[in-house]
Design a protein around this ligand. Sequence first.
Ligand SMILES: [Zn+2]
Ligand SMILES: [Zn+2]
Ligand SMILES: [Zn+2]
Length: 299
Amino acid sequence: MELAGAWTGGAWIHAIDRPAEYAAVMSIQVHVLGTAQDGGFPHAGCGCDACSGARADPSQARLVSCIGLIGATGKCLMVDATPDFSTQQAALAKAAGRRPPQVDALILTHAHIGHYLGLAMLGREAMSADAVPVYCTLSMRRFLEHNRPWSHLIERAEIELHTLSPGEGLEFDGAQIDAYLTPHRSEDTDTIGLSIRGSERVLVYMPDADVFPPALAERIEEADVALIDGTFHDREELPHREILEVRHPFVTESVERFRDASGKVIFIHLNHTNALLSENPPALPDSFGVAREGDVFEL
Ligand SMILES: [Zn+2]
Ligand SMILES: [Zn+2]
Ligand SMILES: [Zn+2]
């Protein structure tokens, strides 16, 4: 099959609009559905040049970080339910040729606003979903069970919670998904990162991390593609904030650290202040990239 718009990283990374009829016979695919930090881009209420530019030219705007998986038989799973859930669900379902445009399951990484607020769309005010399986850690599960409006979704069987314990795997339509704890501000819940393994390749998704301790760094280094926290490009980006307040690894640091990674390291979860979002972004070495909506990884 002809695939257009191959990434420079290799023939298996594509930016394509796949004909729906192929979806059911393809290998596992991971689609990038959003790339911005929790507040999206432009940021609500922000008058900075970048946000003003993205407001004036919506082609520069970016949805909140999210990936979707299309399995071996065309089943769809979304990782995180962002405030852009409706658009992202429709994009994934379209790529899989699914009608109505709905996904089969969700994994939630943690309870910061960019990662779970979209769950509300499964409720009776919108989809009135029928027991959509939602996989999350026990602490995330308790958070949803004990707080409204989320508990309503559970009581009305619009979602069905399943515990995804770090260290335990989940098989989804031919993909093997492993979850592991990621150090990240844990006001309400812990945070997980994921490794998704298809028949040929492994993709790591770690959109939010305070640091990458050695065990996580090893996963990034060994993956065929690692989509990692690129919230801030460098420390000059935040002149008004104490450096200790900023609990994300800078892109500049990650580039030094993962220079010898065996696969491609791609930054995602970009803050509106990030120079990588500007019209003239700083160059990155060849083995690094910046995630774009529409990127597709064949696993
Ligand atoms: Zn986030
Ligand atoms: Zn801004
Ligand atoms: Zn977070």
